[in-house]
Design a protein around this ligand. Structure first.
Ligand SMILES: [Zn+2]
Length: 177
């Protein structure tokens, strides 16, 4: 069980998330890093809105996540983002790529951060994918009426489960999945 996160650790180059300055990024504080300083206000607004949204409608975040906003492809590539709009590594941080600068994408990744806080770093590998991704797509209020598969199915499955479980019991029930 230990070998998988260690492999992911190597693959996602988390040193860049822990020390983004080493990757040539500017960090305004512990929580916000950016490659294009001219977009700082936009990034800060996305960050604050997403944090408030997740706190209020999903669950309380214990430690504010570090979010790295990439504008350039070179920045995204340095984190091995591939074609993903965003990526969350445990509770170390979140990277948003150039097409991920949208409220629902930032909320989606902050929900993954909250999941990792609540369930631990290993849960993403041991719990069902429909729970992790379905929850993030559903509760971020992703506006796409139909997602590409398997994510559409994950979202439907999560929503059926969530209706029967309810917001108050989400984490206690998730621990049994
Ligand atoms: Zn996701």
């Amino acid at each position: 069980m230990l070998s998988i996160p260690v492999a992911a650790w190597a693959f996602f180059k988390p040193v860049r998330i822990v020390a983004p300055e080493l990757a040539g990024l500017s960090c305004l504080d512990d929580t916000l890093c950016i490659d294009d300083l001219s977009r700082t206000r936009e990034a800060a607004k996305l960050y604050d809105e997403a944090l408030q949204f997740v706190d209020a409608s999903v669950g309380a975040i214990e430690n504010k996540p570090r979010v790295i906003f990439c504008s350039s492809d070179a920045c995204s590539e340095s984190f091995n983002l591939g074609n993903r709009a965003g990526m969350t590594i445990g509770t170390f941080g979140i990277v948003i790529n150039s097409r991920g600068w949208k409220p629902f994408y930032v909320r989606h990744e902050m929900i993954h951060h909250l999941q990792n806080e609540q369930l631990g770093m290993f849960a993403a590998w041991t719990k069902p994918k429909w729970f992790f991704e379905g929850m993030a797509y559903s509760l971020s209020e992703d506006p796409r009426s139909k997602l590409s598969e398997p994510f559409e199915q994950y979202r439907s499955q999560f929503e059926r489960w969530y209706t029967s479980v309810g917001k108050e019991r989400i984490w206690s029930e998730a621990r049994h999945l």
